[in-house]
Design a binder for this molecule. Structure first.
Ligand code: TYM
Length: 327
């Protein structure tokens, strides 16, 4: 069976962008792959996190995995900081990553833009991500479009290591869906839907109430030609809404276009909000049942144990290949 690994950072409330690009795929793919879903909490602290909030958000993401339908008996769910091999392999791989290639990472450029100082961890973050993936010999990594460059770096670093020290790592393929891999802000279709956007109406959170969701979609920008048609070039705002509709209703784009043909945007936006609410309601209910439960602790403890076993085999092989004394 091929192996899958992916994760969502606990650095803000998870929004429906992360659901479209990542979480939705996890739930489907767990049946086809031996799967590892982790919470990359060590990645979150590359920018300051309030300790109490980090603690709660880490549990939130793990609970969301389960509430969305990931089966902890099938997939391994764990916290990155519970498996020290990530940091150790991260260091070994930093010796293989080039300063120049890290400088070219668009996420680093965006996140450091205009700041007087940023942490050095923000700069080396993609190498830790490479370690996350390579440690588990993952063959596939489901992500949204914005992580494509990081996965290319993962492959480059893994390949460089393999060429220098002998084949140690599996080089992973990204899984990026056509629909839902780039969910854009409701106020501006040129910007990714993101937890960090200060405009509250830009981003729908997984835990938003039905009233909030209705309000946000009713205020979403569209365009003036009134046609529900998917065309990123000419109609980016409407195309974004159609994709969100498709993700949440699991209907094809053409079915949605047909349903609202010649009707303007009013009913389309209303029913889009209802489709999102319908999908989120059971997830939210389950989430609140488990987020502070001891069942979640058990899942995470067992997950860390299972993950550490797989991770230590690869770490040992990598250290041995590099010439460290191993026993
Ligand atoms: P993060 O936490 O920013 O996002 C988690 C996942 O959600 C996807 N995503 C989106 N997809 C579509 N539209 C959006 N608006 C949107 N916003 C977020 C992201 O592409 C991602 O798949 N570096 C990673 C976390 C990570 C990781 C890993 C992922 C660390 N190690 C190893 C995979 C494998 C990150 O910051 O994602």
């Amino acid at each position: 069976m091929q192996r899958l690994l992916s994760g969502i950072k606990p650095s803000g409330d998870l929004n429906i962008g992360g659901y479209g690009g990542a979480l939705r795929q996890y739930v489907k793919l767990q049946h086809e792959y031996e799967s590892y879903f982790f919470v990359p909490d060590l990645h979150a602290v590359t920018v300051y996190q309030d300790p109490k909030e980090l603690h709660q958000r880490t549990r939130d993401i793990a609970a969301l995995y389960i509430a969305s339908g990931i089966d902890p008996d099938k997939a391994t769910i764990f916290l990155q900081s519970q498996v020290p091999a990530h940091v150790e392999l991260g260091w070994l791989l930093e010796t293989q990553a080039h300063f120049g290639e890290l400088k070219r990472m668009t996420q680093f450029k965006e996140k450091s833009d205009g700041k007087d100082t940023v942490s050095s961890a923000l700069f080396t973050y993609p190498v830790l991500m490479a370690a996350d993936v390579l440690l588990y010999q993952a063959t596939h990594v489901p992500v949204g479009d914005d992580q494509k460059q990081h996965l290319e770096l993962t492959r480059d670093v893994g390949e460089r290591f393999n060429n220098r020290y002998g084949r140690t790592f599996t080089l992973p393929e990204p899984i990026i869906q056509d629909i839902g891999s780039r969910v854009m802000g409701l106020d501006d279709p040129s910007k990714k839907m993101s937890k960090s956007n200060p405009n509250k109406n830009s981003c729908v959170h997984m835990m938003d109430t039905p009233e909030d969701i209705r309000k946000k979609f009713s205020r979403a920008v569209t365009d003036s030609d009134g046609q529900v048609r998917h065309d990123w070039e000419q109609k980016p705002a409407v195309s974004n809404l159609i994709e969100i509709y498709s993700v949440f209703s699991e209907e094809a784009i053409s079915v949605i276009e047909k349903r609202y043909e010649g009707q303007g945007y009013g009913m389309f936006k209303k029913e889009l909000a209802e489709a999102v609410i319908e999908k989120l309601q059971p997830i939210q209910e389950k989430f609140y049942q488990i987020v502070n439960s001891s069942e979640l602790d058990r899942v995470l403890m067992n997950g860390a144990k299972r993950a550490a076993e797989t991770a230590s085999t690869t770490l040992h092989a990598a250290k041995k290949a590099m010439g460290f004394v191993t026993f």
